[in-house]
Design a protein around this ligand. Structure first.
Ligand code: G3H
Ligand code: 13P
Ligand code: ZN
Length: 319
């Protein structure tokens, strides 16, 4: 089965009122965990690749791994560039056959964000690729680079509904990532915090009222940083701050119902993988076969992805 176009996945998700999991892929074990979980749950999926993943794994390796996943499964799979930071990177991915790209100009002044998005949209639409833009700035880490984050933004800039309408109209982007209290990485919040779901509703309504229809919104930073995973990591020798918290899964469920069609999850997969690796080494200090370490880690990530698909995104059975 070939790749499925992102547009087709979006249309079905919007009609069915479920969310697509957009899970980050960096290596074979993560990819297998994600697609095996989706295959077993019959869920469509977006595999997303960041610039960092391309630098780590080599774009050709990632492309071939995804080709292998597509040819050994029956589920619809789309491939998306996560946080593209330039026209050139987006163009490369479009030329490589990605079904969608994100151009992240959220840190730029408004006019510059509009300009770079327009440039990407113009090229992408000529090449049958769809584009995600971002308006507003997430609180905390713009990218996950440890406790202080990379490009830390203390207050964040929440997405303004009227500006969102203007942005979508001016740029022609096909989906919009919003800032509503979401944040990247494992150090999102200290203590429980919630998304600004009223703002999300207002953004969705403003787009609808402006004639843009049931417009797909994207939730970045949607990891929940499960306390049990942080505990397990620390129990087996890790040192993560235990007072850290993510976005409550109940908020993500509401965001899905309000209209977040694509939900980005990376950190929770990293935590599951790390917890399992640490556990294996702690319990089997003589182990040195990577398969005995990465195998259980893959299983643990798969379990987590199945949970998200069934209980949070509600896309099980939609493939
Ligand atoms: O939001 C960023 C994603 O978690 C990707 O992270 O840039 O470290 O690959 P990365
Ligand atoms: P998390 O760090 O919450 O997993 O967010 C991932 C993300 O937004 C990828 O674009
Ligand atoms: Zn993100």
């Amino acid at each position: 089965m070939p790749l499925t176009h992102t547009t087709e996945l979006f249309q079905k998700a919007l009609a069915g009122k479920y969310a697509l999991g957009a899970f980050n892929v960096n290596n074979m074990e993560l990819l297998q965990a994600i697609v095996d979980a989706c295959e077993e749950e019959k869920a469509p999926v977006m595999l997303q690749i960041s610039k960092g993943a391309r630098n780590y794994a080599n774009p050709i390796y990632l492309k071939k791994l995804i080709e292998a996943a597509v040819s050994t499964t029956t589920i619809p799979i789309a491939v998306h560039l996560d946080h593209g930071d330039s026209f050139e990177l987006c163009k490369q991915c479009i030329d490589e056959g990605f079904t969608s790209v994100m151009i992240d100009g959220s840190h730029l002044p408004y006019d510059e964000n509009v300009a770079v998005c327009k440039e990407v949209v113009e090229y992408a639409h000529k090449h049958n690729c769809v584009v995600e833009g971002e308006l507003g700035m997430l609180v905390g880490a713009q990218f996950d680079e440890g406790e202080e984050g990379g490009g830390h933004c203390d207050s964040g800039v929440y997405t303004n509904p009227e500006e969102a309408v203007d942005f979508v109209k001016q740029t022609g982007v096909d989906s919009l990532a919003v800032a509503i209290g979401n944040s990247h990485g494992a150090y999102k919040f200290k203590g429980e915090q919630h998304l600004d779901l009223d703002r999300l509703k207002a953004i969705k309504k403003a787009l609808q009222d402006a004639g843009l229809g049931d417009y797909p919104l994207v939730l970045h930073g949607a990891s929940s940083v499960p306390a049990h995973l942080v505990k397990e990591i620390n129990q087996y020798g890790g040192d993560l701050g235990e007072d850290t918290a993510g976005v409550p899964e109940s908020d993500i469920e509401i965001a899905r119902r309000v209209g977040c069609t694509k939900v980005n999850i990376d950190t929770d997969l990293r935590l599951a993988m790390t917890a399992a690796i640490r556990k294996t080494f702690a319990e089997n200090p003589k182990e040195f076969d990577p398969r005995k370490v990465l195998g259980p880690a893959r299983d643990y990530v798969k379990e987590l992805v199945k949970h998200k698909i069934k209980n949070v995104l509600c896309c099980a059975g939609q493939a």
